[in-house]
Design a protein around this ligand. Structure first.
Ligand code: 5GP
Length: 168
């Protein structure tokens, strides 16, 4: 669906925008990556941004071996950094219904960061149930189940450098 070159070009563009927007940081920007799907995206972004960054990770319950969201979100791994008073950029692989992201956004917001913004690689707008405030977006995609560049099916295909449609 999206070639490795196109992904890298877009990631660089987003990183340039982030670097401009956060150029007057007081403390490093916390890149909060949502395990495991956004690790490739967050890592590549971190290589291209020119502002100082810290890394932190959260994990929520996933689809398991299925391709449909259960709608039930559970926190499996919490923040390890104190994000209170800090600039936080939450990095997501894909937003589908928006349930996972809005759950995490509210969770992080409760720790009272100085700012909290959302950066997502892939957006399936037509599937949205809960609105989410996207600040940086890679690509809008149609309602198809995709794998690669961090995204899995049953823990496979995360290492692919492009984004592919999963054939049933
Ligand atoms: P949401 O809560 O927005 O419905 O779902 C978000 C999560 O569902 C993503 O973080 C991702 O783990 C999973 N997901 C949604 N769509 C896809 C897809 O097309 N491919 C894969 N591999 N995961 C998806």
């Amino acid at each position: 669906m999206i070639s490795a070159d196109a992904i890298q070009r877009r990631v660089r563009e987003i990183a340039e925008q982030i670097s401009r927007d956060y150029q007057s940081l007081e403390r490093p920007l916390i890149l909060l990556s949502v395990l495991k799907g956004s690790v490739c995206f967050a890592t590549d972004l971190s290589r291209y941004v020119t502002v100082p960054v810290n890394f932190d990770y959260v994990a929520v319950s996933s689809y398991g071996a299925g391709t449909q969201s259960s709608g039930h979100v559970q926190l499996l791994k919490d923040l390890t950094m104190d994000v209170g008073g800090r600039d936080v950029l939450m990095v997501e692989d894909i937003i589908d219904t928006g349930l996972t992201t809005s759950f995490l956004f509210d969770h992080v917001q409760r720790h009272q960061p100085k700012s909290l913004k959302l950066c997502v690689l892939l957006n399936k707008e037509e599937r949205r149930i809960t609105p989410v405030p996207i600040a940086y977006k890679g690509f809008d995609i149609p309602n198809q189940f995709v794998v690669g560049y961090g995204l899995d099916f049953d823990e496979l295909y995360r290492n692919l450098t492009a984004v592919h449609i999963l054939e049933p």
